[in-house]
Design a protein around this ligand. Structure first.
Ligand code: FES
Length: 256
């Protein structure tokens, strides 16, 4: 059983944000059940038992329904880190446009969304990471919604949403490397570079940057060299058999 409530106008609800709508009022004490779905222009609330929850709603307070951050906003990070200075800010140049157009032209006209990976690679290669502005630009180039680009960026761990350090370490932590000491390697890397990984979130915010902005670390999954564990990437360089006590030597190779 459900109770239908006609929401007074003027109002607007972004259907993509439906599951994030939450009750809110200036006094914070108005109880409004979470909408179950939007049926045309109406909000439909789930009801419980014989007395529908919706009876508690004072319609004049419907104005106070405010959306929580959208999926897009929740998944696009602020790119600001101490490493931001290592990279040029995202800017659309004639060269970038030409490169993107050439890439897009490699796909059928009605399938240009297929160029999303090459375009993202191009952005990350030039600007170090995928910023919110670059997501918008890629979406516009491909005539798709920005959330579609975000889905790709958040699916592939190779894409970064925040500025890394000049030296970016990716430490494999899959089984062979984990058993071979990759966690100790990460701990030593953080110790040697002054990186605090206490707030790192492996899924949403995997990169940790040193206060000086020169170094950053993240875990990676199998880098396809399980026989020489533990392994890591330093930018695009592959290093095998990196024992934790060799971290200083590894860093020195790049600081010499
Ligand atoms: S487990 Fe690390 S390279 Fe495969």
């Amino acid at each position: 059983m459900s109770t239908r409530i006609v929401v007074p106008s003027p109002r607007s609800i972004n259907r993509s944000q439906l599951s994030y709508i939450r009750p809110h009022s200036p006094s914070g004490n108005i109880e409004v059940p979470k909408p179950a779905k939007i049926d045309r222009d109406n909000l439909v609330y789930e009801s419980e038992g014989e007395i529908p929850k919706a009876r508690k709603i004072n319609l004049e307070h419907v104005h106070y329904l405010t959306p929580e951050p959208s999926v897009l906003e929740q998944n696009v990070h602020s790119p600001e880190t101490p490493g931001t200075e290592n990279f040029e800010p995202f800017a659309i140049s004639a060269d970038l446009e030409e490169k993107a157009n050439n890439r897009i032209a490699q796909y059928p006209a009605d399938q240009k969304r297929s160029a999303v990976l090459p375009l993202l690679h191009e952005v990350q290669h030039r600007f170090g990471f995928i910023s919110p502005e670059s997501i918008d630009w890629v979406a516009k180039k491909l005539d798709i919604a920005p959330i579609k680009v975000v889905e790709v960026v958040t699916f592939y761990p190779g894409f970064r949403q925040k500025a890394p350090g000049k030296l970016h370490f990716r430490v494999c932590r899959t089984l062979s490397c984990a058993m071979g000491g990759s966690y100790e390697l990460m701990a030593k890397l953080c110790e040697a570079t002054g990186i605090d990984r206490s707030s790192a979130d492996g899924h949403k915010d995997p990169i940790s940057v040193s206060p000086c902005g020169r170094y950053s670390v993240e875990y990676a999954e199998c880098l396809a060299s399980c026989g020489t564990a533990p392994v890591c990437l330093v930018n695009d360089d592959f290093h095998e058999g990196v024992a934790a006590d060799k971290v200083q030597d590894l860093i020195a190779q790049y600081n010499g």
